[in-house]
Design a binder for this molecule. Structure first.
Ligand SMILES: NC(=O)c1ccc[n+]([C@@H]2O[C@H](COP(=O)([O-])OP(=O)(O)OC[C@H]3O[C@@H](n4cnc5c(N)ncnc54)[C@H](O)[C@@H]3O)[C@@H](O)[C@H]2O)c1
Length: 368
């Protein structure tokens, strides 16, 4: 395999997040190029390949893994497939970018990390909030002391529910909105607070709007206590109308900052007829809407993919690793357990014989 020039990338999956990855590599093309895409549905990978000029198409990702020149593979398949795909990819000798959440169980997380380590390969955890320009600015200011001692960091992500059916099926997703979007907030607070250890987790959740289509929770509130004395508050919803909402708030004894990822980058717009596209998950473009521009850049996806490619070439040290994904997985498990028990759950937390995090919300805890 080449160790200079652009990193050659293969993408597993061809729909929502695969499109974001392909577009992101195209927006920042200096470090990497997508040379292959694999997805089982006839016509789908072909369509992505046409859209982004990707030369090779596969319907079985194992066939794509045989391509010698591919150095890094990004995994954008449903959550239950992350672990087997990561392990197959690492065994084929390729670096892995795994989408969030890392996997379904802590056993899987350990196996993913161990396999990549044994092969001498990177396991990157695709948390784009570490690269979101507005949030990076907030962290830079916090690190410069702008807010004094930070005691509370909030992150929330809300919309009216995901785009693909598998998210609603907890056997494939592992849980509802906490699993899907709470993983962002947990990682964000941990990163923002300079990776202070997490001491405990308290979580409340319920299914308020979509009980007819999922057994998963569609609203969750999660409080994290950090070793350094700060608190993280992670709020997520699939029950919130009106398109995507993604915000942070940072409070310290010397200052405060608020960042709304979409509104600050939007054009308050009124249209009788509607127009092409406003923002992710917006149900309409008629009436008052808030279209964003450079959406992927504002999220940080191109910067994230560029960073991973530079790590492969040894130009940067990874900041979003499998270990971060594992910690998030542990906190997710503790949060589901807390929602069941109605009290704080302390870390480290290692549930036994659990197939997916949401089982801890439904099942009686050990000893009960
Ligand atoms: N970082 C983010 O903000 C973000 C946003 C959306 C999704 N995601 C994550 O990305 C992953 C994919 O989500 P999505 O929204 O793209 O879902 P999606 O349903 O739009 O696409 C899933 C893709 O996986 C493919 N797939 C299914 N089974 C496969 C198999 N056996 N082999 C190869 N490909 C297979 C499907 O054909 C499809 O192309 C999820 O883990 C999700 O949590 C992350």
């Amino acid at each position: 395999m080449a160790n200079k020039g652009k990193v050659k990338v293969g993408i597993i999956g061809s729909q929502f997040e695969a499109d974001i990855h392909a577009a992101s590599f195209q927006i920042m093309p200096e470090e990497a190029e997508v040379v292959a895409v694999s997805s089982p549905t006839p016509g789908h990978p072909e369509e992505l390949a046409r859209k982004y000029g990707i030369p090779r198409v596969f319907h079985d990702y194992r066939e794509m893994l045989k391509e010698k020149d591919i150095e890094m593979v990004t995994i954008t398949a449903p959550n239950r497939l992350h672990a087997p795909m990561t392990i197959d990819t690492a065994r084929a000798g390729k670096h892995v970018v795994c989408e969030k959440p890392l996997c379904m169980t802590l056993e899987e997380a350990d196996q993913m990390i161990d396999t990549c380590k044994q092969q001498g390969l990177h396991l990157f955890y695709a948390e784009e909030l570490f690269f979101t320009p507005k949030y990076v600015k907030a962290k830079e200011m916090a690190d410069q002391g702008a807010f004094g001692k930070v005691y509370l960091v909030k992150q929330s992500e809300k919309h009216f529910g995901p785009h693909a059916p598998w998210f609603w099926d907890v056997e494939q997703s592992g849980g509802g909105v906490l699993m899907d979007m709470g993983c962002h907030g947990i990682a964000f607070c941990y990163w923002f607070l300079n990776r202070s250890s997490i001491k405990s987790v308290y979580c409340q959740m319920g299914t308020y709007a979509h009980g007819d289509r999922t057994r998963g929770e569609d609203n969750s509130i999660c409080i994290l206590e950090f070793e350094n004395g700060a608190v993280g508050l992670v709020e997520d919803s699939w029950a919130r109308r009106g398109g995507m909402d993604d915000c942070i708030e940072v409070y310290g004894n010397g200052g405060v900052t608020y960042a709304d990822l979409h509104m600050g980058n939007a054009l308050p717009t009124y249209s009788e007829s509607g127009y092409g596209y406003a923002v992710e998950k917006a149900p309409t473009t008629q009436g008052w809407t808030y279209p964003v521009f450079e959406e992927l850049w504002n999220y940080g996806f191109p910067q994230e993919m560029r960073h991973f490619a530079r790590c492969v070439r040894g130009k940067e040290e990874p900041i979003a690793t499998g270990e971060v994904g594992r910690l998030v997985q542990e906190v997710l498990c503790a949060a589901y357990q807390s929602a069941r028990l109605g009290c704080k759950v302390r870390l480290p937390f290692r549930p036994q014989r659990v197939k997916k995090p949401i089982d801890l919300w439904w099942a009686a805890p050990a000893g009960q």
